[in-house]
Ligand binder design. Structure first.
Ligand code: NAD
Length: 519
């Protein structure tokens, strides 16, 4: 049973399209006992999978990925119907899955092969760092990128030799179920135990049950839920990575290419209906160019086509902005816009549900006259709203950008790249782009994750696969002496000699004397 408002309850989750309002299907809620059984099956399967060479794992997964692309049209349409996003944005979710398979398929071995380090002091030891799979990784995921954050996120964990159990959002369970089904069919055809990848469904209780069973939890979602997940993971002393909310600032300096900046602001704020953790949530623009920038933004925003094109494969009709997925999120967006309006903000365009469309379509909205007394500038809105605030100078922009409990992504806009990079380094954010937006998620070579209340841990790059591994250090003695100097028996002579060596190596007084000797 699904409600369109509030938290749904019941043993079945009925999925209704937020764009067309049609019923798409249902999934059964998994009880804690069923979650436990799924993790037990995953653990069993993980033993065979972990013993399979990494290169074979990567190859089999890449072949399994082919089945995702063989079913491209079906998946794009399902994703578009279930989440409400335009076809183009659904296709980019498939592209991410392909990229994860290609990137970790090719680089996984390099990231996880044992590697030697040369100790700075213990030169008589050979030291190697190894990466072992952790076992079963649980993924708890939100509704805004329901394929990227389920199947896509699981790929590095699988390449690393783990089994995964995914708990997708109760609002978008169908696309994860279908994507995993396709992978499992292909894995079975290659003789791989299919239980290395499973889906369990349900609400918060199912997620909590998963945290209780797995060897590591990877959580993506709100900061409030992330905190609860982290507390339970702490009780169990299992590692957890948390990809949480954001309130990403965009700083537009007076020398910026205003046309590119305005196009970026519009796309960065409204893509996926603004339901992107790294979307542009607030703009600080130099007061001398604020009017021109705002005019460009408003003009571009008014050109956007809103609607549903999920079933338009055979036509040329396309939309730019889709529906909002979670009805409750519309309440948050409305509350933020109302609060801003009551405190004096001007709505330059949008500011309401689209009256011409049947689903959860909130019009792309631009606000001016905003400040930090308003929720729209300080709380995560997670919807298609772009508030623009003029600032006197770079220093004020930086102070306001950093005045947030979040620190996920940010962007700086200027014709002076060196100045842009200098300013970017002072913005509190996991990734700051210069003259670009959101692209950090596509640069999968680089670590991506938040600071402050935006999260703990990184996806992508070497960290993005090593986080799913236990690091093991192997130290081997090189010379085979009968005893090391530090071993028993202790002697006064050795102690005095050691003290002299220590003061030679570490005493500041001695190094001052040496510096004085040599001027
Ligand atoms: P949410 O926190 O409400 O739910 C996320 C998941 O947690 C869902 O699957 C839900 O069923 C589950 N859950 C709820 N209570 C739980 C509990 N007690 N224990 C375990 N699991 C529980 O988030 P949402 O509304 O689905 O997603 C929107 C949020 O996700 C936004 O804040 C957005 O910024 C964030 N997000 C962050 C990133 C990132 O990479 N930083 C990416 C996408 C979305």
């Amino acid at each position: 049973m699904a409600e369109q408002k509030g938290i749904p309850t019941g043993s079945q989750i009925e999925v209704v399209s937020p764009a067309t309002r049609e019923r798409l299907g249902e999934v059964a809620v998994d009880s804690p006992a069923e979650v436990k059984a799924a993790v037990a099956r995953a653990r069993q399967a993980s033993r065979i999978w972990a013993a399979t060479p990494l290169s074979t794992r990567a190859k089999v997964l890449r072949l399994a990925g082919d089945s995702i692309f063989d079913h491209r049209e079906e998946l794009v349409e399902l994703l578009s119907r279930e989440n409400g996003k335009p076809r183009m944005e659904a296709l980019t979710e498939l592209a991410y899955v392909g990229d994860m398979l290609a990137f970790y398929g090719r680089r996984g071995k390099r990231f996880l092969d044992p590697h030697r380090i040369t100790p700075h002091m213990m030169l008589n030891k050979r030291v190697t760092i190894h990466y072992q799979p952790r076992g079963v990784i649980g993924f708890i995921t939100p509704w805004n990128f329901p394929l990227i954050l389920t199947v896509g996120e699981a790929i590095p964990a699988l390449v690393a030799g783990n089994a995964v159990v995914i708990k997708p959002s109760e609002w978008t369970p169908l696309i994860a179920r279908r994507g995993v089904e396709l992978l499992r069919e292909s894995l079975a055809a290659h003789g791989v135990p299919v239980d290395i990848i499973q889906v369990v469904n349900g609400y918060g209780e199912t997620g909590a049950a998963l945290v209780d069973e797995v060897d590591m939890i990877s959580f993506t979602g709100s900061t409030a839920t992330g905190r609860r997940v982290a507390m339970r993971a702490a009780e169990r002393l299992i590692p957890c990575s948390l990809e949480l909310g954001g309130k990403d600032p965009m700083i537009v300096l007076r020398d910026a290419d205003l046309e590119r900046a305005a196009n970026a602001a519009v796309w960065g704020a409204f893509t996926n209906s603004g339901q992107v953790c790294i979307s542009v949530e607030r703009v600080y623009v130099d007061a001398t160019v604020a009017d021109r920038f705002t005019d460009l933004v408003v003009a571009r925003t008014r050109e956007l086509r809103q609607g549903f094109d999920g079933d338009e494969a055979d036509s040329d009709r396309r939309v730019d902005v889709g529906a909002m997925t979670w009805p409750r999120q519309i309440e948050t967006v409305t509350a933020h816009v109302d609060d801003a309006r009551e405190k004096g903000a001007a709505i330059l365009t949008g500011g309401r549900l689209n009256p011409a469309l049947p689903g959860n379509f909130y019009e792309p909205t631009v606000l001016a006259g905003v400040d930090h007394s308003m929720r729209i500038m300080t709380e995560e809105t997670f919807g298609p709203v772009l508030p623009i605030m003029p600032v006197q100078d770079e220093a004020e922009a930086l102070r306001l950008a950093n005045d947030s409990r979040y620190a996920l992504n940010a962007s700086v806009w200027t014709a002076n790249r060196a100045n842009g990079e200098r300013l970017a380094a002072n913005v509190a954010a996991g990734i700051t782009c210069v003259n670009d937006v959101i692209v950090g998620f596509a640069v999968t070579d680089a670590p991506s994750g938040g600071l402050k209340e935006s999260g703990i841990g990184k996806r992508h790059g070497a960290e993005g696969i090593r986080r799913f591994c236990n690091q093991q250090v192997i130290i081997t003695d090189r010379f085979g002496l009968k005893r090391e100097l530090i071993w028993y028996p202790y002697s006064a002579g050795f102690e005095k000699g050691l003290a002299r060596v220590l003061s030679f190596l570490y005493s500041n007084r001695l190094s001052r004397k040496i510096r004085a000797l040599f001027g």
